[in-house]
Ligand binder design. Structure first.
Ligand code: IPM
Ligand code: MN
Length: 362
């Protein structure tokens, strides 16, 4: 019978690699090493295809990410991205043309960013440890101030007017909020906090707040809470243990997740997933392309490895994802620091020991 055959057939995942700019290719190479090791042990297959979207291609061809490129990406089970950003390319071109284009065109409407302090990692927060710093931010990823609505009048004159509007659709807001509650339910988390600004942004966050409490009714076992964004940043520092799942709009989510990343050990470790629950999703370290460290074998690949770990989790390879997480913790115990150039080992060595630990992980 077909079912029996399928059951015995090992799964094979098609992964699109977008190493990108600067140190992106170096960290993606290490992430690939680690997921290959996990796949080998777990018995599933992986096939990789590398795409050259990034600053170098743009300089050569003037192309960022075409509609055809986007369609090609739809055929993959997941995308693993290194970094986008090139010192020779004006700010905004690659970010908008590649990263944001991918988020919008593939409708990656959730940016899932765990703020989790792993054992052995130093945090600047006094008296806080892995028990206190363990929450996820669900950032809306396709609307808000990022939608590109607005315009400019009389540019370059003393009468210049610049308008940048925040777009919030009921549908867009609701699906993001629903994702946050579903995520809480699935992962056994107890509380979802809406991070907004209902006291000033009385149009946008009125919509968010109504949608939030309506959706919350469908999840009676999960506590629904609200915090203004400014207060949220205070508590992320003073009482991070108050948070479980935070759901917020695109701009606030961008800002608070950089703060969150610092509290979990910095850009060397912070990862995120750009998720479309019904399509292809993209996983990335949340730091930049770090051009000054390019090609020196000193950048920390753990954030890319953690992004790959999230990718395995997303693909349903929970066991393999668990091995990777444990192996990252073990690798950290062998490293002097998470900072580039101060790890006490090179980029490729970090990838190699994580891959080795994955083979032996319990
Ligand atoms: C991020 C980045 C991007 C964003 C930039 C590079 C467009 O800061 O992924 O958080 O603002 O979303
Ligand atoms: Mn950001």
């Amino acid at each position: 019978m077909n079912e029996g055959r399928n059951f015995l057939m090992p799964k094979n995942y098609k992964i699109a690699l977008v190493p990108g700019d600067g140190t992106g290719p170096e960290v993606v190479a290490e992430a690939v090493k680690v997921v290959k090791s996990a796949a080998k042990r777990a018995g599933f297959g992986l096939s990789f295809k590398t795409f050259d979207f990034g600053g170098e291609r743009y300089k050569k061809t003037g192309e960022t990410l075409s509609d055809k490129d986007v369609d090609t990406l739809r055929d993959y089970d997941a995308i693993l991205l290194g970094a986008i950003g090139h010192p020779d390319v004006a700010p905004g071109i690659l970010e908008k043309g590649i990263l944001l284009k991918m988020r919008f065109a593939l409708d990656l409407y959730v940016n899932l960013r765990p703020v989790k302090l792993l054992p052995g990692v130093e945090t600047p927060l006094k008296d806080k440890g892995p028990k206190e710093i363990n929450y996820v931010v669900v950032r809306e990823n396709t609307e808000g101030l990022y939608a590109g609505a607005g315009g400019v009048l009389k540019k370059g004159t003393s009468d210049e007017v610049a308008v940048q509007e925040s777009i919030n659709t009921r549908k867009g807001v609701e699906r993001c909020i629903r994702y946050a509650f579903d995520y809480a339910k699935k992962t056994g988390r107890k509380k979802v906090t809406l991070c907004g600004k209902t006291n000033v942004l009385t149009f946008a966050f009125d919509l968010w707040e109504r949608a939030f409490y309506e959706v919350a009714k469908e999840y009676p076992k999960i506590k629904a809470d609200y915090a203004h964004v400014d207060a949220t940043t205070m508590w992320m520092v003073k009482n991070p243990e108050w948070f479980d799942v935070i759901v917020t709009d695109n701009m606030f989510g961008d800002i608070i997740t950089d703060l969150g990343a610092m509290t979990q050990g910095g850009m060397g470790i912070a990862a995120g997933g750009n998720i479309n629950p019904k399509g292809v999703s993209m996983f990335e370290p949340i730091g930049g392309s770090a051009p000054k460290y390019t090609g020196m074998n000193i950048i920390n690949p753990l954030a890319a490895i953690c992004a790959a770990q999230m990718m395995l989790e997303h693909l349903g390879e929970t066991k393999a994802a668990g091995w990777v997480e444990k192996s990252v913790v073990k690798a950290i115990s062998k490293m002097d620091s998470l900072a580039a150039g101060k790890m006490g080992m090179g980029t490729s060595e970090v990838g190699s020991i994580v891959a080795k630990f994955v083979k032996e992980s319990d």
